[in-house]
Design a binder for this molecule. Structure first.
Ligand code: FAD
Length: 266
C-alpha cells in the first residue's frame, strides 16, 4: 500500500504575532510538527506494520527549514519525504494549500492508495486542508478517524471514527483520504537507528514547475480568502460581575463587544 502522509510545521509558541496582512507571523519563530500530525504519523505507521509492503511518503508544504521536521518524521519509520516549497506558494489559504498539496501528491505518488492527514493544525485550525485535498483529487474522505483496526480480504481498511454520540466502525475503500484525531496514547520517539537512516535520506523538493501549477492558482493570487481582521481571544478570568436589568445588560454587552472590535453597535 502506498501512503501519502501530510504533516504541517506550526509555530512553537502560544504568543502568536500577526503580519500586516492579518496572517500569522512565521518568520523568526521556532517551529514544530503540528501535534495532530504526530497522531496521523502514528496511525500511518500502525497500518504499515499491519499491511505488508506498505510505504509511507511524507509531504509538507512550507519553507526550506521544514526539512528538519521532515527528517524527524522519517526517523519515526517513514520511507520518503517531499518538501513542497516555492516562494510562489507564500500566502496560500486553505483552498490554495489543498490544491498545491494535491498536485504534489499527483505528481510524486500518482498511484497512492491512502492519504493520511491530521484533523486540525493548531495554528490555522480550520480542518479544511484534508477535505480540500480529497476534493481536488476526487477521492472519498473520512474525518474524525480514531484508530485503524485491520485491513479486510478485499484490501479495504477497517477504521473507527469518534463522533459526538459514539464510536463508529467504517470500512474504507481505496484510494481515500483520512483525517486523524488525537489519541489517548503517547506518540513514539525516534530510535537511534531511525535517526541515522533519516539523516542519510534525500528529501525531494518540489517547486511550482515540478507540480505543474501556474502562479495564478497558488499563493496569494490563488487564494480566495481575505483576512479582514484578526484579534486576540480575551481571557474571561478578568470578568467583572454586574447587577442590572435586562435592557442595561444588553446595552453593556453591545458596548463591550464593540469596544473589543467583535461587532459594530446599532
Ligand atoms: P488544517 O486544515 O486545520 O490542517 C489539517 C491537516 O491538513 C493537517 O493536520 C495536515 O495533515 C494537513 N496540512 C495542513 N497544512 C499543511 C501543509 N502546509 N503541509 C502539509 N500538510 C498540511 N500559511 C503559511 O504557512 N504561509 C503563508 O504565507 C500563509 N498565508 C496565508 C494567507 C491567507 C490569506 C490565509 C487565509 C492563510 C494563510 N496561511 C499561510 C495559512 C494557511 O492557509 C494554512 O495554514 C493552511 O492552509 C493550513 O490550514 P490550517 O492551518 O487550518 O490547517
Amino acid at each position: 500500500m502506498k501512503i501519502a502522509l501530510c504533516v504541517k510545521q506550526v509555530p512553537d509558541t502560544t504568543d502568536i504575532k500577526w503580519t500586516e496582512h492579518n496572517t500569522i507571523q512565521r518568520e523568526g519563530v521556532e517551529s514544530v510538527i503540528n501535534p495532530y500530525d504526530l497522531y496521523a504519523t502514528e496511525l500511518a505507521l500502525k497500518i504499515k506494520s499491519n499491511v505488508p509492503e506498505t510505504e509511507i511518503t511524507v509531504f509538507t508544504m512550507g519553507p526550506m527549514q521544514a526539512q528538519t521536521m521532515l527528517r524527524k518524521v522519517l526517523a519515526l519509520g517513514c520511507d520518503e519525504a517531499v518538501l513542497i516549497s516555492d516562494k510562489k506558494f507564500a500566502g496560500s489559504d486553505t483552498y490554495a494549500t489543498g490544491l498545491t498539496i494535491s498536485r504534489a501528491i499527483r505528481s510524486v505518488l500518482p498511484d497512492f492508495d491512502l492519504i493520511v492527514c491530521g484533523q486540525f493544525a493548531v495554528d490555522g485550525d480550520t480542518a479544511q486542508t484534508g477535505p480540500a485535498i480529497a476534493n481536488f483529487l476526487e477521492i472519498p474522505q473520512v474525518t474524525y478517524v480514531k484508530d485503524f483496526e485491520s485491513a479486510d480480504e478485499f484490501g479495504n481498511l477497517i477504521l473507527t471514527r469518534e463522533l459526538e454520540d459514539g464510536i463508529e466502525t467504517v470500512s474504507v475503500t481505496l484510494p481515500s483520504l483520512i483525517c486523524v484525531l488525537n489519541q489517548e496514547f503517547e506518540t513514539s520517539r525516534a530510535r537511534i537507528n531511525g535517526i541515522i537512516s533519516a539523516s542519510k535520506k534525500q528529501i525531494r523538493v518540489c517547486s511550482i514547475d515540478d507540480i505543474g501549477l501556474v502562479p495564478e492558482k497558488t499563493g496569494i493570487k490563488g487564494s480566495p480568502t481575505y483576512v479582514s481582521k484578526a484579534f486576540r481571544h480575551v481571557s474571561l478570568h478578568n470578568a467583572k460581575k454586574y447587577k442590572m436589568n435586562t435592557d442595561d445588560s444588553v446595552k453593556l454587552l453591545d458596548d463591550t463587544l464593540e469596544h473589543l472590535g467583535v461587532c459594530e453597535n446599532g
